[in-house]
Design a protein around this ligand. Structure first.
Ligand code: SF4
Ligand code: SF4
Length: 177
């Protein structure tokens, strides 16, 4: 089993509902974010387009944040979800430096934090907070190893890309293009 997310850049309108839902669900301190919206101009002139993406930790299969963490605070859990155990984190920042996606931040309480794929909700059979509130239903979350899952089906039929593929981290957020 491997949890992954597909995000449809053709349907994302950049409303930030996913960001607000995450902040509320996960008690993210004011001024910080586990997910964010980015806008990139794509295409070749004159066929240019604005690509809007909801971004977060990519829950990489080959995660440099886990490899560089000296205490084991950053670790891989069931389904490939990458998490940080706060009481094991010494705040050295090695993982923040190692992440090519800038997905981590120092929590004011002294440990590193980031997206957890809402593991607490997923364990209860719910989807992530961001996917649940998206008004255009552009976020697909689930077990990509299950060929009958919504995410596996949409990945099979749509073109997609991952961010910073050259970093070799095998990210598990797929942007439908
Ligand atoms: Fe680690 Fe960054 Fe990959 Fe998330 S996106 S698993 S924090 S390297
Ligand atoms: Fe590990 Fe915390 Fe250091 Fe990150 S800041 S590498 S989680 S001990």
């Amino acid at each position: 089993m491997r949890y992954a997310m597909a995000i449809d850049t053709k349907k994302c309108v950049g409303c930030s509902d996913c960001v607000v839902a995450c902040q509320t669900e996960n008690n993210v301190p004011i001024g910080y974010a586990r997910d964010w919206i980015s806008e990139t101009v794509v295409g070749i002139y004159p066929d240019l387009d604005l690509e809007i993406r909801s971004e977060r930790c990519n829950h990489c299969i080959n995660a440099p944040c886990v490899r560089t963490c000296p205490t084991g605070a950053s670790h891989i859990t069931e389904g490939g979800i990458i998490k940080v155990t706060p009481f094991e984190c010494i705040g050295c920042g090695a993982c923040i430096e190692a992440c090519p996606y800038d997905a981590r931040f120092f929590h004011p309480k002294g440990y590193v934090e980031k997206c957890t794929f809402c593991e607490h909700r997923v364990k209860n059979g719910q989807s992530t907070a961001c996917a649940s509130v998206c008004p255009t239903h552009c976020i697909y979350f689930g077990n990509i190893d299950d060929p009958n899952s919504e995410i596996a089906k949409i990945i099979a039929k749509r073109k997609y890309k991952v961010l910073a593929q050259e970093a070799g981290t095998k990210p598990q957020i797929f942007y439908l293009i």
